[in-house]
Structure formats: C-alpha cells, structure tokens
Design a protein around this ligand. Sequence first.
Ligand SMILES: [Zn+2]
Length: 327
Amino acid sequence: MIRAGERRVFRVGIALAAVGVMVLAACGSQGSDKGSSSTTSASPSSTTSTTTTTTSTSTSAPSGGVVPGACTKAACPDLDESSGNLMRGVVTTENANGTNVTQFLTDALDDLDESWGQWFSQVQWGDASPGRALIAPGTTFMTRCTDSETGEAEPVPSDEKNAYFCSADAAPNGAGVTRQGSVVLPVQTFVNFWHGQIVGVPAPLGAGEFAAATVVAHEYGHNVVYRIAQQGNIPRSGYPQGDNSELIADCFAGNWAATALRQRLLRPDDLRQAVSLIEVVGDPEPGQGHGTSAERGLAIQRGFGLPGRPGQPIDCLTTYWPEVFGA
Ligand SMILES: [Zn+2]
C-alpha cells in the first residue's frame, strides 16, 4: 500500500494463478499520495537514514504519457529471472525470528532489485532500486508518510500491521546508497507470517515465505511505478488512478511470482499461502482503494500469466496504467 503523503501501505492483497497461483499481500492505498508530511525523521532503528537524495518530482509532464525509453505497448522487454536465491524453505515456523526473517526480506529485495534492475536497464530508465527501511523487532522507524487512520506521520513499530512504499522516505538501498522513495517493512510483522498472521490477520491455511515474498514484491511494484513516473516526469495526476494504483502493484507481484515459478521455486504449500492471502485481503466493494479480492486475484493472475506465456510488465502497464501505456 501507499501511505498518504506518499506512503503506500500494504494490505494484503492477492491471488493467483493457473497452476501455481498465488497471492499477495497488498497494501492498500491509504489516501492519496501527495507530498510528504513534514515530520522529521529520527530514524532510530535499523537501517533507515534520513538523508535525502535527489529525485525531485517534476511537475511539468503531460499526464498523457511521455515516458521515454524502450517500453511501449508495441514492444517492451520481458522481466528476467533473478538469481533464484529465494523460497528455499530456509525460514521455518521453528526458526522464524528477527534475524532470519530480516535476511529473508533482504534476499527478497535483492532478488527484486536484480530482476527489475535488469529490466530498467534495458528500457533505459535508470536505477530501479528503492531505499530499504527494515524495522527491526523492538525498534521503530520515523516515517515521513502519514497513517491513513490517524492522518499523522508517527513512529512505525516493527509489528505495524502493514508494509508500505513511501516516496517521501529516504533510506539506503541494497548497495548502501541512499535513495529517495523506500519500501518500509516491519520485520516483526513478517516474522508473524510464519506464525499464522498475515499483516495481523489470522491465516488459517498458513503463510510463510511465499506470502511474505509476494507482499514484498507488491511493495516493490509501487516502487516501480514511482521510478517510471520519475523518469517520465509524470505528475501525481498521471499515476495509475483509483484501485489501479494497487492493482498494478499486485500485477507486478504476479510478474515476479511467474519468474519464481519458472525457477521451480514454488511448492504446494505456496498455493495454500496464496489462498490465505486472497481471503485476507481485498475490499468489500470496488472503488475503495485496493480492489476487491476478486479484482486483486485477477490482477495477480494477469501478472502471473498462463503456462507457456508468463505475464510481463507490459501486461500490467497497459491494463492498469492506460493513461501512459495504453496508446
Ligand atoms: Zn499496495
């Protein structure tokens, strides 16, 4: 999801597909993404630094779509497979703790950086990597994005029941370079995935690596939209609108899941996690910010694709961002 003030929060979303299916937690958008709030960041815990780097959002670009580069409806690169250093069953219910889950989340982000990084390189859209704010158990992160419920930017605890992307938060990326625009992942909340709680909601069928990685892939999807918009100088009004702002992130998560499937990283247990996710998320009705469970499931499935024809970024872009990629 995206928190207001640029915080895209996540509320599990999900779904799945074909043989493999899957789900995803998705954050729901909390309000509109507008500028950052003015809170200062104290960033006690973990990584997070408050240094701000470049990338200012430009204000002049036609919202009709002038994204430079090599991805258009007619031709666009496929998302490459990553290292596959994920989903190996390393983290289990027995050993899920702050240390192991932090490593898992780091691996997931490395995997996403690799896949999306190659894609961004091919389309010549610069660096895809987001800042990483992993909130260690027992610590808090001072975000610059506001909470949708309180309307304030408050310290975010490690057991915050959501993950999100915040364009106003700056943090080091995987290479230690501070990046404006960060994924904020409360580690304790992710530890709880292995103990039957998906972003605080009971998951009767279980959760674990697949559900956790999908949620991270969803947040990364918001980052992808943000980086593309930065490259194209697309103003907020030109971003995916309404539920599409969440559905495109679900779809991108499906793209990632498809690469995991091709690497044979998905197992039967992952299907159960997918079902859990689908049941856990989704709005009661369309137009409430995230999309219904059915809509989210379809978005992930669209991103996942079909046997023999994996979904690709362009499928997500043309469907959920027609203002820029539909022509
Ligand atoms: Zn989201």
